[in-house]
Ligand binder design. Structure first.
Ligand code: E4P
Length: 218
């Protein structure tokens, strides 16, 4: 399973990329606003830090303008993945950009039917939002299970399932068990995944015993 991080915060991206565990980055207009940075500049900088796909979202809602924005974003760097919303114009734009060899992440997916349409439009990634479904009392992980099952039923579907709106490590584990290709994680969730109290307790005990030996490795 690939891990992307869901942020436009360069300090977080540099810090987590240094672990070697980050395969890509996703941003959205809200995350760009939160960063307080210029959109094009911040995407360019993220692309220089992370080798994998960096999603940058169009903000137009009409096909011709979305296409123009997508082409401009794709020129920022080779690893830009243009993000489009799951609307008729978004999917039309997805197909056009894919025909030009540009990676596309179709975002704001909330149903298996939408995911099927995105695959048909040749999306590189589909982003189902699990947390936002959970927030309204719906079954976010159930959506992932449905999409994985549908995509696996067709050899010709190459669209990768990118689990988005992840709120905690349990979402990641459930998605991994289902065979989802990617999860995009808020930095805090990636950090939480390292933690276990028995790891901390065990390490403290090992180090205390080691100190008693009076030895050093180097
Ligand atoms: C994914 O690409 C989105 O940016 C993100 O996962 C949305 O998450 P949220 O529901 O926490 O805003």
């Amino acid at each position: 399973m690939k891990f992307f991080i869901d942020t436009a915060d360069l300090a977080e991206i540099r810090d987590l990329a240094a672990t070697g565990l980050v395969d890509g980055v996703t941003t959205n207009p809200s995350l760009i606003q939160k960063s307080g940075r210029n959109f094009i500049e911040v995407v360019k900088e993220i692309c220089s830090v992370v080798e994998g796909p960096v999603s940058a979202e169009v903000t137009a809602t009409e096909h011709a303008k979305m296409l123009a924005e997508g082409r401009k974003l794709a020129k920022i760097a080779d690893n830009v993945c243009v993000k489009v919303p799951l609307t008729p114009d978004g999917l039309k734009t997805c197909k056009a950009l894919r025909n030009e060899g540009i990676q596309v992440n179709v975002t704001l997916c909330f149903s298996p039917a939408q995911a099927l349409l995105a695959a048909k439009a040749g999306a590189s990634f589909i982003s189902p939002f699990v947390g936002r479904l959970d927030d309204i009392g719906s079954d976010g992980m159930g959506l992932i299970a449905d999409i994985v099952q549908i995509y696996n039923a067709y050899d010709h579907i190459e669209t990768e399932v990118l689990v988005a709106s992840v709120r905690h490590p349990v979402h990641v584990i459930q998605a991994a068990k289902m065979g989802a290709d990617v999860a995009t994680l808020p930095p805090s969730v990636l950090r939480q995944m390292f933690n276990h109290p028995l790891t901390d307790k065990g390490l403290a005990a090992f180090l205390a015993d080691w100190a008693k030996t009076g030895q050093s490795i180097i």
